[in-house]
Design a protein around this ligand. Sequence first.
Ligand code: ATP
Length: 284
Amino acid sequence: MRIYEKAPAKINLMLDVLRKRPDGFHEVEMIMTMVDLADRLELSELRQGTIIISSQAGYIPLDEKNLAFQAARLVKDRYGVKAGVHIHLDKKIPVAAGLAGGSSDAAATLRGLNRLWNLGIAEAELQRLGAELGSDVPFCVSGGTALATGRGEQLTPIPNPPPCWVVLAKPPINVSTADVYGRLRAGAIEHHPSAAAMQAAIEAGDFRAVCSGLGNVLEDVTLPWHPEVRRIKEAMIRLGAEGVLMSGSGPTVFGLVSRPSKVARIYNGLRGFCKEVYAVRSLS
Ligand code: ATP
C-alpha cells in the first residue's frame, strides 16, 4: 500500500518572545499560517519493520536525524506497529529557512502513518505526539491559522487571513533556529508585536491591518547578523509588497501582496539578486 501527504510551509504573521523559561525554552506568542509551497511525501508500507527515508534533496539527513524518521519511529514504538515504511520526501520547501519544512514533514508523516497503518489516532493525540518532536510540529499537524503560545505547542485555531499572494525570498545562507534564540536577549526587546491586534485584523478580514500588524522580534537578532536579509526586506518594500516580514528565525523573508498584477514585478525584481524566490498563494 502507498499513500501521499502534502507538507506545506508555514509563515509567522507575528512572533513575540515573552521570556526565557527555567527549562531553557522561550515563552512565545505566534500567529502562524500555511502557504501553498509544500513538500510531497510518498509513504509505502514495508513488510519488514525498517524505516527508510529517501529524498531527491542532497542536503538533508536521511538517517534518524530526519524529523520524518523520528515521527515514524515514534508512531511505530507508541502503537506497537510491526510493519515498516519507506518515506520518500520530495522537498520543495527550502531547508533551514524559517518555514518549518522539517516540522511539516514530521507532521505529514504522523498524519500519513495514521492512515497507512489504520491506527485511528485522533487529531489532538497526533498533536501531542508532534509536540515530542518539535515545537512547530503540533501546528503543522492541523495547519490552517493558529495562535501558538507556550513554547509554540499550545494552539488556538483562528480564521484564515484574507487570501493573498505570498512572495518568499531566501538568501543563500542557513540560519539555525537554536543559534538565533541563543543570541536573543528576551529582556531587551523594545518593540513587541501584538497578537491581539493581529488576531483582530484577521477576524475583521482586514488585509491592510494584517500587513501593518506584522512583527517578529527575532528580526532583532537575524537582521544585524545577516545584512542580506535586511536587503531583501528593503527590496520587497521598494518593489511594492504591502506587508513584509522575516519568517521564524529566518533567513526567508515574505511579502504579502493583494493584487496579482504586482506579483510578477516583485518576483522579477527579487530574482535580479536572489536565486531562491517563490510566488505562491496563502492557503485558505
Ligand atoms: P523552523 O522554522 O521550524 O525552525 P526551518 O525551516 O528553519 O524550521 P528546517 O527546514 O526544518 O528548518 O530544517 C532545520 C534542520 O533540520 C536542517 O538543518 C536539517 O538538517 C534538519 N532536518 C531534519 N529533518 C528534515 C526534513 N525532513 N526536512 C528538512 N530538514 C530536516
